[in-house]
Design a protein around this ligand. Structure first.
Ligand code: ADP
Ligand code: MG
Length: 265
């Protein structure tokens, strides 16, 4: 019964994280080979070139991104800022392979992701990328540890491995004493820390965060941003974070500013 439930949420979780409806569990195929940086690449981890994304709303075309080019270096903490509707989430989704641009390219670690099939993209996300959302996106039936280790389970890790990894990362975000607590028994800040632990459990190449502090008070926001900074400084974690607060962006090394679907800085 419990296993059935876990399988079900595992599937839900995967579609939530990957945006897919088709489910593959315990992927055993080898990971896509990813080259490490060389001097030639200049240690650029993500390169987006001339990204265009339009949405059809009935008769109307919404031009969410009108040719955005960005380069993000390995180990950088970058903030994406801009007014509401300027294309921040759309840009994050293109760079994080959660959506596909109409034209333009996203290269991650020298891999041209436009050549990947949807299945390859899903696998690449599972193994290489991590996501934190404004609303935490935790599964309510699962405790902190289970929420964190689900993606490791899907990667085919053993029970011993994924339980140990979950408790280690939950300790690192200050929740070592809450491993078996349900999200409903936690504050917003604690839930967001669980979601950060989930995003980082598999040591992703890039952590993407879309307004991670939008539902948190200033003190709790500061704690979450301090955590991001800690992982960035101590582990060299590359972070791309959307925010609309200047003081949040001040935690980042650099700001990419959008207005009306183009980057102005
Ligand atoms: P931001 O995150 O900066 O507030 P978004 O990237 O969410 O902005 O949206 C940019 C523009 O694209 C907005 O005009 C928004 O309404 C539109 N948009 C975003 N996603 C969709 C969608 N799935 N369908 C239609 N329009 C969309
Ligand atoms: Mg947004």
């Amino acid at each position: 019964m419990v296993n059935e439930m876990k399988n079900e949420v595992k599937n839900e979780m995967k579609s939530e994280i990957t945006g897919e409806s088709k489910i593959v569990t315990n992927t055993t195929e080898p990971e896509i080979e990813v080259k490490t940086a060389t001097e030639e690449t200049g240690d650029i981890i993500i390169e987006g070139t001339d990204i265009v994304r339009t949405f059809k709303m009935g008769e109307v075309q919404v031009r969410a991104l009108r040719g955005v080019s960005v380069k993000i270096r390995r180990g950088e903490f970058v903030a994406i800022m801009g007014p509401s509707g300027s294309g921040k989430t759309t840009l994050l989704n293109q760079l994080g392979l959660l959506d596909t641009p109409n034209s333009g390219k996203v290269i991650i670690d020298e891999i041209d992701t436009s050549r990947m099939s949807d299945k390859e993209k899903g696998k690449f996300r599972l193994h290489n990328l991590g996501y934190v959302f404004q609303d935490y996106a935790l599964l309510p039936e699962l405790d902190a540890s289970e929420n964190v280790y689900i993606s490791l389970m899907m990667q085919g890790k053993t029970k011993e491995e994924y339980e140990a990894a979950a408790s280690e990362i939950l300790k690192a975000v200050g929740l070592g004493d809450r491993l078996h607590q349900l999200p409903s028994k936690m504050s917003g800040g604690q839930q967001q820390r669980v979601s950060i632990a989930r995003a980082l459990a598999h040591n992703p190449r890039v952590l993407f965060a879309d307004e991670p502090c939008a539902n948190l008070d200033s003190q709790t926001s500061k704690e979450v941003l301090d955590l991001f900074k800690k992982f960035n400084k101590e582990k060299g974690q590359t972070i791309v974070m959307v925010t609309h607060e200047e003081w949040h962006a001040a935690y980042a090394d650099r700001v990419i500013r959008l207005r009306d679907g183009v980057n102005i800085e």
